[in-house]
Design a protein around this ligand. Structure first.
Ligand code: ADP
Length: 385
């Protein structure tokens, strides 16, 4: 027996290396989210075929890789009819100019789901005049939806900013003439030379009261717009509740008496909270005013406070008409007046929205419990100082 022996170690090593590289590429192609492919076009541009397409095409296009390599038009048939020509011509332009191909186009997958794809590829001309594109096609539907949502959000924010600016300017402008009305009606009331005729005293008083009411509402509106625009500076300090509660109850006593509602403030001795005193007073007056307003003759309103761990809970409870269940979840939203939208009880539906925002600016929370016909309990939680 005669023979030869050749050392093929390096050849075997090369083969093993090549097969490891192929396996790695196949693994990458299987795991990237989009489809990797090589698309060929004949020199005359009449024929096109996929010489390679990665496995992911099944998930992305709903077409099996074998089907695509056998017939490239299987993908074109999935493309939205209005986009087929655009896809063809964009490839033609890319081939003629040897320019990068990039196109976003809609398809309908075989399962009937509509998706948007983004394709990008670089063309290369070979010695026979054929063009080969090496590229990637990804599903960008979610990304487009995200972009659309953020565009919508930006538009809504711009509209909201414009509204805030308008409201803020308008409430500011309204205050100037209103202050003149209030000032002159006060002057008339106080005038001694000549003194106001008895017949005019009541109408002038009504003008001033209505003006005061309007001024409060405009103030609330201005606060709301300032809070929304993040332009309401607060001064947070340690605030003793006992004197504040006493002050608020004293200020509300007249309104409670004229509504025939009994108003009681608890002593709250030793309770100190982290808050802006002026704004907390505004909140408490608002809650007390509501508790009196939405009450009934002979009803009661109580202002109480207690400590709860590291917090202080301030409670305004009333035995009034209560809040219907379907309105309860929205009482802190601006302009939500529930059944009182058309009632004779005056209001704008801004007060509670302002209260909530103010308390949240003080790092606190507000809450409400209510039973229609029985009464309501509004709670304000603030950090103990
Ligand atoms: P306004 O009193 O100007 O309408 P608010 O924002 O203060 O606005 O209150 C919003 C709505 O919540 C009121 O219109 C009323 O329907 C309801 N509400 C608030 N406080 C009470 C309460 N203590 N008892 C019953 N309903 C209340």
């Amino acid at each position: 027996m005669l023979g030869t022996q050749t050392d093929i170690t390096s050849q075997r090593e090369l083969e093993m290396q090549a097969s490891a590289d192929r396996a790695r590429l196949a693994l990458i192609a299987r795991h990237v989210p989009g489809v990797l492919y090589q698309f060929m076009q004949s020199a005359d541009g009449r024929q096109g075929w996929f010489s390679y397409v990665s496995e992911r095409c099944e998930a992305v296009f709903g077409v099996a890789p074998g089907e695509l390599t056998a017939d490239a038009s299987a993908l074109l048939r999935r493309v939205h009819p209005e986009w087929r020509e655009r896809l063809r011509s964009s490839l033609a332009v890319s081939a003629v100019h040897s320019a990068q191909w990039r196109l976003e186009f809609p398809i309908r997958r075989r399962d009937g789901v509509d998706r948007w794809l983004l394709g990008a590829a670089s063309p290369q001309r070979d010695s026979e005049g054929r063009t080969a594109w090496f590229g990637y096609i990804a599903d960008v539907t979610d990304l487009r939806e995200l972009e659309a949502t953020s565009r919508d959000k930006a538009a809504a924010e711009a509209a909201s900013r414009a509204k805030t600016e308008f409201l803020s300017r308008m409430s500011h402008e309204l205050r100037t003439p209103l202050n003149a009305v209030l000032g002159f009606s006060q002057l008339l009331e106080l005038s001694q030379t000549p003194p106001l005729a008895d017949a005019h005293r009541r109408p002038v008083q009504l003008i001033r009261q209505a003006g005061d009411h309007l001024l409060t509402m405009i103030g609330d509106l201005l606060d709301l717009t300032r809070i929304e625009a993040g332009q309401l500076p607060l001064q947070i300090d340690a605030v003793a509740l006992a004197p504040l509660v006493e002050e608020c109850v004293a200020l509300m006593q007249a309104q409670a008496a004229s509504a025939q509602v009994r108003l009681v403030g608890a002593p709250c001795v030793g309770l100190v909270v982290q808050a802006d005193r002026t704004r907390l007073k505004q909140v408490l007056l608002n809650l007390l005013s509501n508790a009196v307003k939405y009450n009934r003759r002979g009803g009661a309103v109580t202002l109480n406070a207690r400590s709860d761990g590291a917090e202080v809970v301030i409670e305004v409870s009333d035995t009034g008409i209560g809040i219907a269940e379907d309105h309860l979840a929205r009482v802190f939203e601006p302009f939500q007046r529930g059944a009182h939208g058309q009632s004779s009880i005056e209001g704008t539906g801004i007060g509670l929205a302002v209260c909530k925002s103010l308390i949240e600016l003080m790092a606190g929370t507000v809450g409400v419990q209510s039973a229609a016909g029985k009464g309501s309990l509004f709670t304000v939680r603030l950090a103990m100082a």
